[in-house]
Design a protein around this ligand. Sequence first.
Ligand code: GAP
Length: 514
Amino acid sequence: MIKGEDTFKKIIAHCKEYGFIFPSSEIYDGMSAVYDYGQNGAELKNNIKEYWWKSMVQYHENIVGLDSAIFMHPTVWKASGHVDAFNDPLIDNKDSKKRYRADVLIEDHLAKLEEKIEKEVEKASKRFGDSFDEKMFRETNPRVLANREKIQSVTRRFVSALEENRLADIKTLIEELEIACPVSGSRNWTDARQFNLMFSTQMGSVSEDASQVYLRPETAQGIFVNYLNVQKTGRMKLPFGIAQIGKAFRNEIVARQFIFRMREFEQMEMQFFVRPGQEKEWYDYWKKERMRWHLALGFPAGKFRFHDHDKLAHYANAAADIEFEFPFGFKELEGIHSRTDYDLMAHQKFSGKKLQYFDPETNESYVPYVVETSIGLDRMFLAIVSQAYTEEKLEDGSERVVMRIPPALAPVKVAVLPLIKKDGMPEKGREIFDQLKYDFNCHYEEKDAIGRRYRRQDAIGTPYCITIDHETLENGTVTIRERDSMAQDRIPAEKIPDVVRQRISLRPAGNVQV
Ligand code: GAP
């Protein structure tokens, strides 16, 4: 993966040009932060879902799946805290009329101070060379210490203002820090105010009967309200998990960075129900397990890191993000949260229905604790395409763009390509394609020179190209070309399914260990 803004722009353009992602309603000029997945994007997305679903549901005896509705009873969102607390603090610049998240303005300012510290360290390291003692420098350099002190004091004020909902103090902080609008350059701000991120609509055909409902902002609540249904009908014993993949909606104010922050997106969430007191152990287990899942795709370990939360959400007693190094820096990809019994207790209270578990081992009834793993499908998609996008200069001086998508996730697994469009090669190619299509998503292509066809397949990440040539007609062998190395082997045509299956398998002996 190549880093930087330019590369990110190239990735976005590539995603559009090769049918991965289109702006939504593009012929009407698109909609901000809403995207459609094209022919290759839909396949990649389905494969990511399958990878997650299999490793969660199919490979764990004690995790089952669920598909709950997007619309839920409005009281669900009262109970979960989303009606009262799912807010972002907003502030407008009076000159540019642009709206910002007040917390993001302050976080960006803090990030700039961090950058200043890193620049000081870098400069000193160059100046002192081998004799440079970085630890000592960070602990004693007056400029580093002054900036560190500033970061700590701003963070303290910022976190307490946010926690206690003191919006006037947030505005004061923005003014004191002399934060300017990036568009107008002015410091002419409105008051900060809270903005709820849930989309709402009316349910019911006649306006008098209509009641306000919400588009769910997370899939997790569909799992909580079905916890007892699944536990009883599945005769589940603690610890056990319920997994779900589905759409979520948030009226994000700062919607930017392509599919990183969308207004309509998809989540893959799993709630793991445990005996109270055992949540820490399971939280640590799922942190490790989820990191293993990411690394199993073969991406470098240095692209991932944990970020443990200092400031916890009202429902959590521990929380961490798995961050990925996107072209615009390390950002949250997945969250692992120890949510205590907050959600089930709240639903018990608001619904008046008991949501307890009878533990046959201890002869006690209690409300289970929950450890959640929550990953954005679209963010995972962005992580994969960012990592996969590679520009290469070849030995003959030509260039290619290759999407090094892990083979198990690639939209098209095999392309069947007759070398030329005559001498019976297309017929043989069709015969091979017809045999493969039941097992793999395949492409058949006979138009253009073979080199151009290889490039097109490289650009969408097809791991294997099968070429039918004169030898195929003589002895029934074909060449199989591997995308990354471009190496070609000759194999009997009847062996193609076994060879491809073995190379794209999710089994531990294959490319990916889950
Ligand atoms: N149930 C917990 C929950 O929803 P979250 O941190 O708000 O927690 C979980 O969201 C994951 O969903 C994030 O780590 C991210 O991958 C994804 N996500 C959240 N908001 C998103 C958005 N606006 N666009 C795309 N993905 C988003």
